[in-house]
Design a protein around this ligand. Structure first.
Ligand code: NAD
Length: 433
């Protein structure tokens, strides 16, 4: 059955509560509903694709260094597996909620379909404060969480990866716990592993590199030069700090960076490597020499060519959308912009590179890592980077063409493309039993 309809009239935005709804899962559903309207999806199919396929909530009893027992709550959500195993990161944060994990899992489904890699979408999280936990406490909590979600993860089933406040070490613990339980070493159960343990060269930089590739393509469309362009980056972790370095290598000028404690600004440019070294010593970029202090709120509304939100959800809302002055927004973070804010930004003519395209470099190289693990054959770094460039630039072009075909915007286009692909796979598989 043909699924992707011919160019349809612009659907009306679904009705939302008068006050802006910041629940990430409801936002994810609104974004899906828009695409479903464009595609005129069957109501039954919409019901299937709107909800996660499987949700697991687990209690994670963990012995703290003090000898006390603490029970954390964790989740693993598999949103959709029509096109391949579930795939998505694990987040450690005090504000993790089930709805946030459900939203992140849904966004993974649409992201893997946007870049057309053979995965579904999943996500995990633990409600905890990793900054206040020791290395040993984190290891014990991670191993127990792994053993609790073990029945539903695996290289053919669901493949976790890092997200906020988890990293290659976390993945190594998960891989080891899974392997010890199974009785053999399973490299393909997680991605984002250390290179010494079957990780891929280039995985660490992948999210930021993908973000750079889409920004380069956007600059071509906007007839702007990346060289000399001013860039503000919110969030200075894996995605944000590496983006700062890669954009600076292309001679863009990084005028502001920030982390959870605040930000720094210098109109003549900040050296990202100096910021990294300062953060390593002080735990924050705030206070680094040669830059003045700026709040996270002010960073987002700075006059700049490219704004890169690379931290949390809901940083661009109705509250500040009108004040955004960037020409291009590249969403390295997941869900930084609300649907209402999107409308405002579009009216202002800001070119939006949506999260499911702009940060898809991470999951793309995760896919390369998994493929290398399954084959037992490893690639050189330039092969990883060249293939990443091919996948991301092709995805940009697919989304851009869809945008023109449907006379819509980049985010809606990415959703039309990805929801259409997942819907096609679902229909052709048929319903079991
Ligand atoms: P990370 O833990 O490496 O870094 C997070 C950064 O955000 C830190 O610098 C932290 O200080 C900062 N931060 C936290 N709260 C903040 C706040 N309220 N205001 C400003 N900064 C704040 O995490 P990451 O892996 O870089 O992930 C960042 C975002 O990118 C998340 O939305 C994540 O889902 C998304 N993402 C990451 C990857 C990846 O491969 N790491 C892939 C795709 C998307």
């Amino acid at each position: 059955m043909a699924l992707v309809a011919k160019a349809a009239p612009q659907p009306v935005m679904p009705r939302m509560a008068p006050r802006e709804d910041l629940n990430p899962f409801r936002i994810a559903q609104i974004q899906f509903d828009m695409a479903a309207e464009y595609l005129k999806l069957d109501p039954g199919l919409r019901q299937v694709l709107r909800q996660p396929k499987r949700i697991l909530e687990v209690s994670i009893p963990t012995k703290m260094d003090s000898g006390q027992l603490k029970v954390f709550t964790g989740y693993r959500v598999q949103h959709n597996v029509a096109r391949g195993p579930a795939k998505g990161g694990i987040r450690y944060h005090p504000n993790v909620t089930l709805d946030e994990v459900k939203a992140l899992a849904a966004w993974m489904t649409w992201k893997t379909a946007t870049v057309n890699i053979p995965y579904g979408g999943g996500k995990g999280g633990i409600i905890c404060d990793p900054k206040r936990m020791s290395h040993n406490e984190l290891e014990r909590m991670t191993r127990r969480y792994t053993s609790e979600i073990l029945p539903i993860i695996g290289p053919d089933q669901d493949i976790p990866a890092p997200d906020m406040y988890t990293n290659a070490q976390t993945m190594a613990w998960i891989m080891d716990t899974y392997s010890m339980t199974k009785g053999y070493s399973s490299l393909g159960v997680v991605t984002g592993k250390p290179v010494s343990l079957g990780g891929s060269l280039g995985r660490n930089e992948a999210t930021a590199r993908g973000c750079l590739f889409v920004a380069e393509e956007a600059c071509k469309v906007k007839k702007m030069s990346l060289r000399g362009a001013t860039v503000a980056i919110q969030g200075f972790g894996n995605a944000g700090a590496i983006a700062a370095r890669l954009f600076a290598e292309k001679k863009a000028r990084i005028i502001a960076v920030s982390d959870s404690r605040g930000g720094v600004f210098n109109s003549r440019g900040i050296d990202p490597m100096k910021a990294v070294r300062y953060k390593e010593r002080s735990g924050t970029v705030v206070g680094m020499p040669g830059a003045s202090r700026i709040s996270n709120d002010d960073l987002v509304t700075l006059k700049c060519d490219i704004l890169i939100p690379a931290a949390l959800e809901n940083v661009i809302t109705l509250h500040n959308a009108d004040q955004i002055k960037a020409k291009i927004i590249a969403e390295a973070a997941n869900g930084p912009t609300t649907p209402h804010a999107d409308e405002v930004l579009a009216r202002k003519g800001i070119f939006m590179l949506p999260d499911i395209l702009a940060n898809a470099g991470g999951v793309t190289v995760s896919y390369f890592e998994w493929a290398q693990n399954l084959q037992g054959y490893f690639w050189q770094e330039h092969e990883v980077s060249d293939r990443l460039s091919m996948v991301i630039r092709r995805a940009f072009s697919d989304v851009y063409e869809t945008m023109r075909k449907y006379h819509t915007r980049m985010r809606a286009a990415a959703y039309i493309l990805s929801v259409g692909r997942v819907a096609d796979a679902t229909l052709v598989r048929g319903l079991f039993p």
